[in-house]
Ligand binder design. Sequence first.
Ligand code: NI
Length: 246
Amino acid sequence: MSRLELMTWTEVDTYLKRSDGIMIPVGSTEQHGPIGIIGTDSLVAQLVAWRAAKICGALVAPTIGYTPAPFNESFPGTISVSSAQFSNLAAEIALCLARQGFRSIYFVNGHGANVAGLRRVRGSVKNARIRIRSWWEFEEISKLRKRLYGKWEGMHATPSEIAITQHVYGSKLVPLEARQPPKLLSKAYILAHAGDRHGPADQHRREFPDGRVGSHSALASPEHGKQLLSVAAAELARDYLRFLRK
Ligand code: NI
């Protein structure tokens, strides 16, 4: 058993006798373009964590799914909270776990705008070690994303994240417009907007009317998703074990 919410407290107590580590997936609830589902970031982070946990014997806490995405508020279905609120919540979760003996806390991130808030958690949680990694940043997964999609991976509603949800939850029909690539982003744009540093919601929707930010989502396929999930999980499992050994 690797999911906290499916365990009894006595099972957790037993787990703590052999390990002080825990993964916390962190996602978002936001638009992901015309074929990506609203929960993409949360679903992918937790799928990667669940799969990795089976490999490395980790425990996975419930996913934090309400996070900052103010730039997507003009797309219906997006639920955004302030970065401060999110950061406080993540810190309180980590502090509570640390008091029970979880001293190695690994945030598995699925949403660029979470990174700044998660880094602030480090400052407020003194009695536990904190690691923050986004599932797409490991070396092998970066190579695979590049090989599958090249420049069309883009920044948001990426074919790689959508492929993983397709593999597990099925695919949406691709509307005609979404079969075409979106406008290609310049290197300067990508650099300036890393970590989801986007403008106000109305302006963001005007700039990216179908919600894709440089990502050709329609290149995704369930077969790709299967491959991406297994590579990401293997890398996360390895990195989690490295983190515990330190
Ligand atoms: Ni996403």
